[in-house]
Design a protein around this ligand. Structure first.
Ligand SMILES: [Mg+2]
Length: 376
């Protein structure tokens, strides 16, 4: 089975806020879907966390390496793309775009063999996983209200982050206290400082002090507490914080994770399958993390395709029992034919149907790609 064509289409019209200081508007495009079509009529889908303009540019470079290639050899074909683009876009838009292609190739391999991707990754350790609701921080009162509404939908794990966090110690504590009270002791609470926001103003001492406060509220992990390149500070923070330290969402390529894992920078590593190089790359990072005593929790939350890839990855690792879930995004909830449903324990079933186990609602996709065609 050979690759016949690759299409991409950007999602816009309902882009959720990112909490960034240069905030996203609904019509901004930062999520792009990919469809890889074969000469035998199968179509695999992928997702890229970057704008369609950048994906289109990268595809111009990648297409000649892909058309006519084997459609059922994701790891070899993705590695070929990495190897032949060493001098262009490495770690940036080209790596991001390879991520979407790689996810689509795994989807194709699953469809062609009749197996879920997780099984093809080596086997399924679990049939369901706990999604944690990812919520932008607000002032304590509106945030608490929001969390109560989401808890009523069945979620039992929550991550709050970005927004006003880091403005003052007193407000930070008030936010965390209000969130903890709102979700109750039967739920998990994670805190994401958003250290990869532009001009993040804090350093190690703020992070250590804040980690002490978070420990008092039984927070499950403290994410991006430092500037995303502050490796030495991450190592120190992990050593001294009572709360587990999470990070790595901005890193791409397995080779970039190696020094962080070897140095002991994280308790929890969060590669993003839609940026890092796809499932092939993330699988290798996740095993590398495990050998270093680091837990792997995936970060591909941004579209239904990213979430579907995360579910398959979560099934294939012994201690990956959480995935990120962005609440209220039509790019996750609306573009699928079957809505995501939490069970009574607040868990999501991991599809055991072929490939990613995902069926996109083509009309809904067309609505958010503004009519741009993703499928033939
Ligand atoms: Mg984060």
């Amino acid at each position: 089975m050979k690759i016949r064509s690759i299409r991409c289409a950007g999602l816009r019209g309902a882009t959720p806020e990112g909490g960034w200081s240069n905030e996203l508007k609904p019509d901004d495009c930062v999520h792009t879907l990919i469809a890889v079509q074969t000469d035998q009529g199968l179509t695999g889908v992928g997702s890229v966390f970057t704008s369609d303009h950048l994906v289109r540019g990268a595809l111009k470079l990648l297409e000649p390496l892909l058309i006519g290639e084997q459609a059922l050899e994701p790891e070899r074909v993705s590695e070929k793309l990495h190897q032949h683009t060493f001098w262009q876009g490495r770690g940036g838009s080209v790596t991001h775009t390879i991520s979407g292609i790689d996810i689509a190739l795994w989807d194709l391999l699953g469809q062609a063999t009749g197996q879920p991707v997780g099984r093809l990754l080596g086997g399924r350790y679990r049939e369901r996983v706990r999604p944690y609701a990812s919520v932008l921080m607000e002032e304590p009162k509106p945030l608490a209200e929001r969390l109560r509404t989401i808890k009523a939908q069945g979620f039992r794990a929550f991550k709050i982050g970005w927004g006003p966090f880091g403005r003052s110690d007193a407000l930070d504590e008030a936010i965390v206290r209000a969130a903890g009270d709102a979700i109750g002791a039967d739920s998990l609470l994670m805190v994401d400082a958003g250290g990869s926001n532009a001009f993040w103003p804090h350093g190690y001492k703020w992070a250590l002090r804040t980690s002490e406060m978070l420990a008092d509220y039984n927070v499950t992990w403290f994410e991006e507490a430092l500037l995303p390149d502050a490796l030495a500070d991450y190592v120190k923070l992990r050593e001294h914080s009572r709360v587990p330290i999470a990070g790595g969402e901005v890193l791409t390529r397995r080779q970039s994770f190696q020094p962080w894992l070897e140095a002991g920078a994280f308790d929890i590593v969060q590669p993003d399958v839609t940026k890092v190089g796809g499932i092939s790359e993330e699988r290798r990072i996740a095993w590398m993390a495990r050998e270093h005593g680091v837990r792997f929790i995936p970060h591909g939350w941004n579209t239904a395709v990213g979430l579907a890839a995360d579910l398959q990855l979560a099934s294939a690792f012994p201690d990956t029992d959480l995935v990120e879930y962005l609440n209220g995004s039509p790019f996750i909830d609306e573009i699928v034919t079957e809505r995501w449903k939490l069970d009574a324990d607040g868990m999501l079933a991991i599809p055991d149907t072929p490939g990613l186990g995902l069926k996109l609602n083509r009309d809904a996709v067309a609505k958010y790609t503004h009519g741009e065609r993703l499928f033939d």
